[in-house]
Write a protein of this length. Structure first.
Length: 270
């Protein structure tokens, strides 16, 4: 079985995959520093809780936007699972061509999402990830990654409201019954949710306008993606596990080559 690991700014998402099927998934917080032993012991326990023995893991692939957790996380995989993971980054085969001005600036999460959308749903496609940040990626029918847009995620906006204003409370992010709010909590919810819906609609339509084509499939993922997708007719597909499937696809393209993880070996944990 394959262990696919997506390290985001808020959470580390793990997916255990048997072929194309996700047989288990779980998360850890990525904002809390851990040693390789802590990662390893937690991971073994989470696998066991899902009925999976560590010896059943035959391969590992990681995508990360949080560099400072990587050497401890990678070393935990080597020490506790006995496997050298593949890392999405320079030197790994993805099947797509980054055709932006500076390909090195493109985050691995954006690449993984683009790979998954193209392989599963075809191109051209706009891929939206509603994570800590909200990202929009365009990949054409030739598997060329041509553009990306980055904006604050809905949780970042919410956090700014309750941390930077003295009287506004921390709230649950959900769609209120009406946009015509009459008290503080629902007024915040209306601004956050309808604001994200409006932004999403506008960016999708403006991307299509500048590209001069209407035949672009729009694929969304991410924690709050379902909420926004249900209110946005411009989004064609919501796939909660898009990045895990993207990691599986990239692993399949690389599994006969040696993992490029030497940069994380023999480093002290700090």
């Amino acid at each position: 079985m394959l262990l696919a690991v997506d390290v985001g700014n808020t959470n580390i998402s793990f997916g255990v995959m048997k072929g194309k099927k996700i047989v288990a998934s779980f998360r850890m917080m990525s904002q809390t520093a851990h040693t390789s032993d802590e990662y390893g012991n937690n991971l073994i326990a989470l696998l066991r809780n899902n009925g999976i023995d560590k010896d059943e893991i035959s391969g590992i692939i990681i995508s990360s936007v949080v560099p400072n957790v990587m050497h401890a996380l990678v070393n935990s995989m080597v020490k506790y699972l006995g496997k050298q993971p593949y890392i999405v980054g320079p030197g790994i085969k993805t099947g797509i061509r980054i055709a932006t001005k500076n390909p090195a600036e493109i985050g691995p999460d954006l690449i993984v999402g683009a790979v998954a959308a193209y392989e599963l749903y075809g191109g051209p496609a706009i891929v939206i990830d509603f994570g800590t940040a909200t990202t929009y990626v365009y990949i054409n029918e030739k598997a060329e990654f041509l553009a990306g847009i980055l904006s604050p995620g809905i949780r970042i906006s919410a956090k700014a409201l309750w941390e930077d204003t003295a009287k506004l409370p921390e709230i649950e992010i959900k769609k209120p019954d009406s946009i015509l709010a009459q008290e503080t909590i629902s007024s915040m919810q209306a601004g956050l949710v309808y604001g994200q819906i409006g932004q999403t609609k506008y960016i999708i339509n403006e991307m299509k306008r500048e590209l001069g084509r209407d035949d672009i499939k729009v694929v969304a993922t991410g924690g709050l993606g379902r909420l926004i997708s249900e209110e946005t007719e411009e989004i064609d597909i919501y796939d909660a596990n898009l990045l895990l499937h993207g990691l599986r696809i990239i692993y399949e393209k690389n599994k006969r080559t040696k993992p490029l993880t030497e940069e994380y070996d023999n480093k002290e944990e700090g």
